[in-house]
Ligand binder design. Structure first.
Ligand SMILES: Nc1ncnc2c1ncn2[C@@H]1O[C@H](COP(=O)(O)OP(=O)(O)OP(=O)(O)O)[C@@H](O)[C@H]1O
Ligand SMILES: [Mg+2]
Length: 353
């Protein structure tokens, strides 16, 4: 996802700019000279050029673009406006007066975008859906994607347990039950707990409750404004919040153990979820006691086969200890998650083109 770009080699200016970006809850790219700025110059949703590089950027044969701001150092410097115009800048900001404006501009620059939403659902109980959801979210973090893992199953016991994170402070779903309308995305991101470097929105161990669909809609929309990827672990009962997630998801993965009865159960889920999803795909979890193949299951279910994963040794023990999945070298699950992310990103690029 494109990020705002700061172009400066002045350490004081950069300190100030990074402080504002942190306040806005926005990740940025930094270029300390013109060649470093070139790759993201056209795609950055906002460019801030520091006072030290205004002239060099103006002469740097970069394309004319909108949403370029110059950071001025000296209010009494009459040349800064002319130099900013030469650069094609729309604005010159001075600190500290311009700080609130720039914080807002940084927030607006990234809030216009929408991160991908991946839903994961089990074809039968204990299929491995929660495990895959956590694994793919962790793999995305490993790719430097801003990722949120959302626990969509009020009866699942809390996905924070997968990370041994039950004592990590931060928001859980019960704190968000009365949420409506436009949620400030940066504030939400700040309030969520981080587990294994991943933002997690989990249920807790209190009384489970069904969330109002408005709360789910508002929270997911806010999360997608700051994240590259939101992964939702869904229950198999297709209640209203679950249907909302399915209808918003870019891709939904149904996880099915390679067994005949699991395939029969998954057919029920697939036929119902398939009415709501725009892209429903199959992940098969081995081993198959009777030699059922992923291709046979995909044919039986009428779903494209996204991948097959063989049983991961020690996974049950790791999960019980709160060691998250797909972190071992040569983990079969990690390999599947890499492929899944490749396909997700490609499908999104095709949709955007
Ligand atoms: N890739 C895998 N390899 C080996 N074991 C796995 C794998 N995925 C899941 N499991 C085992 O299956 C169990 C159930 O997994 P998980 O909780 O992810 O399933 P689920 O579909 O979310 O179940 P539920 O119906 O309870 O929501 C795990 O505790 C783990 O022991
Ligand atoms: Mg589960």
């Amino acid at each position: 996802m494109p990020r705002p770009l700061f172009v400066t080699s002045d350490p004081d200016a950069l300190d100030d700019l990074l402080r504002l970006a942190a306040t806005a809850g926005v990740e940025v790219d930094v270029a300390c000279d013109v060649p470093a700025a070139r790759p993201s110059w056209d795609s950055a949703p906002l460019v801030v050029v520091g006072p030290d590089l205004v002239d060099r950027v103006a002469r740097g044969r970069l394309s004319r673009r909108s949403k370029v701001v110059v950071l001025g150092r000296d209010l009494d410097d009459p040349t800064i406006w002319r130099r900013a115009v030469e650069l094609g800048a729309e604005q010159v900001v001075f600190f500290p007066e311009g700080e609130p404006w720039l914080i807002g501009a940084l927030g607006d620059a990234v809030e216009g975008r929408e991160g991908m939403l991946l839903a994961v659902i089990g074809g039968r109980g204990g299929a491995g859906a929660t495990t895959l959801a956590a694994a793919v979210a962790l793999t995305a973090v490993g790719r430097q994607m801003r990722t949120l893992l959302v626990d969509g199953d009020p009866l699942g016991g809390g996905i924070d347990l997968v990370f041994g994170g039950e004592n990590v402070t931060g928001l859980r779903w019960p704190d968000l039950g009365s949420t409506r309308g436009r949620v400030p995305a940066a504030a939400l991101a700040d309030a969520l707990p981080t587990m294994a470097e991943l933002s997690v929105l989990s249920w807790d161990r209190g009384e489970p409750a069904q969330l109002p669909v408005d709360a789910v809609r508002a929270v997911l929309a806010a999360a997608r404004r700051t994240c590259d990827l939101v992964v939702v672990d869904l229950p198999r009962n297709l209640d209203e919040p679950t249907r909302e997630v399915l209808s918003c998801a870019c891709t939904t993965v149904v996880v099915v153990p390679a067994e005949v009865r699991a395939t029969a159960a998954a057919a029920r889920i697939a036929s119902r979820a398939g009415l709501l999803c725009r892209d429903l795909r199959l992940v098969v979890r081995g081993p198959s006691p009777a030699g059922l193949t992923g291709a046979e299951m995909a044919r039986a279910l009428g779903l494209p086969l996204l991948g097959e994963v063989r049983a991961e040794p020690y996974l049950d023990r790791d999960l019980d200890r709160g060691d998250p999945p797909a972190r071992r070298s040569r983990s079969p699950l990690a390999g599947l998650c890499e492929r899944l992310l490749d396909e997700l990103v490609e499908a999104e690029q095709r949709r955007a083109a």
